[in-house]
Design a protein around this ligand. Structure first.
Ligand code: PMP
Length: 330
């Protein structure tokens, strides 16, 4: 068996934290006998300033997945529904289920969230809707005008979470900044994370932005002291080093272009992606593709009988994926 050298299965950042970030993590570790700042004051103040939002509109969480759990718990329970396009992020059904609510899956159209169908799926019992933009696992996006129409169509009693975990990788100018919507709409929240572009997946820290009432309800569902001190310190340090980190994002975006172009040139269908991963809707050939990648030391995410998701990594990883794909017929 060949060992996996490049793990491209979890949409992580290929690059290790910057030395400046590792330094503050180590420093925070030395104070591990103390509780973290329960209110993450420094990070909250920094984010509030950068995003130009009031601090009361920010909720920090144990990764954005922790916030997804808090949104579900704050809004939906037994007999109530949570709706989203499908396939999408696997935590949506899981955390809907653990809250005892019912998951409503609205099939994607051309690998993309079908917002008309999603609006049409809202019932009296719908409490929460997720719009994953870009969508995991397909990488596809919805545009400003269609999202605006969707938000106009969904009643205000329904909470809409715009999950923007991959926002920093978006280069399509038609993709809106969710923050432009939340300001006008008390039922709309935006979800972001330090796990992807900022490369802090292992530390577990993300944030939500919502107007005060919704933010307070979501905050109330958090585990007290859940956001640990090294994570808070690393996030602050990452914002300070943002320029350098976003240069790495730029490298990954370039690499994404090369990987997509290489696969398409080999005859593979690749939906347009704006994330740090791409999706191959290859159905029954998913396992075969996954095995070919594993054989060259690359781990990818296989969705049996549906497709394969490949995270964009280093140039070396791109070359290996392209060589594995070339060994199969596109
Ligand atoms: N949203 C989406 C769409 C994701 O793909 C992920 C991670 N795979 C998350 C949220 C959660 O990320 P984290 O908890 O690391 O912030």
């Amino acid at each position: 068996m060949v060992t996996i050298i490049h793990d491209l299965s979890a949409n992580e950042n290929a690059y290790a934290p910057l030395p400046s970030v590792m330094g503050v993590v180590a420093g925070a570790g030395e104070r591990s006998h103390r509780y973290p700042d329960r209110f993450s004051k420094e990070l909250t103040a920094e984010l509030a300033e950068r995003l130009a939002v009031p601090a009361e509109h920010l909720v920090l969480g144990v990764g954005s997945v922790g916030l997804i759990q808090q949104f579900v718990r704050a809004t939906a329970g037994p007999g109530e529904q949570v709706a989203y396009g499908w396939p999408s992020f696997e935590a949506y059904p899981h955390l809907t289920g653990t809250a005892g609510a019912e998951a409503v899956h609205v099939p994607l159209r051309a690998h993309t969230f079908d917002l008309e169908a999603l609006a049409g799926a809202v019932t009296e019992r719908t409490k929460l809707v997720f719009v994953c933009n870009p969508n995991n696992p397909t990488g596809t996006v919805v545009h400003r005008a269609e999202l605006e129409r969707f938000l106009d169509a969904v009643p205000e009693r329904v909470t809409v979470v715009l999950d923007e975990a991959y926002r920093e990788f978006v280069r399509d100018a038609e993709v809106p900044d969710g923050l432009d919507f939340y300001r006008e709409r008390p039922n709309v929240a935006v979800l972001r994370t330090f796990s992807k572009a900022y490369g802090l997946a292992g530390l577990r820290i993300g944030y939500a932005v919502a107007q005060e009432k919704l933010a307070a309800a979501v905050r109330a569902q958090g585990t007290p002291f859940g956001v640990n001190a090294p994570a808070q310190a690393a996030a602050v340090a990452s914002l300070a080093a943002e320029r350098e980190l976003l240069e790495r994002v730029e490298l990954l975006v370039k690499e994404r272009g090369r990987l997509v172009a290489g696969l398409r040139a080999g005859g593979w269908e690749v939906p347009e992606t704006e994330a740090n991963f791409l999706y191959l809707p290859i159905g029954s050939r998913a396992e075969e593709f996954g095995a070919a990648c594993a054989a060259v030391g690359v781990g990818v995410r296989v969705f049996p009988r549906e497709g394969v998701r490949v995270t964009v990594g280093t140039p070396e990883a791109t070359d290996l994926v392209l060589s594995a794909a070339a060994g199969l017929q596109g």
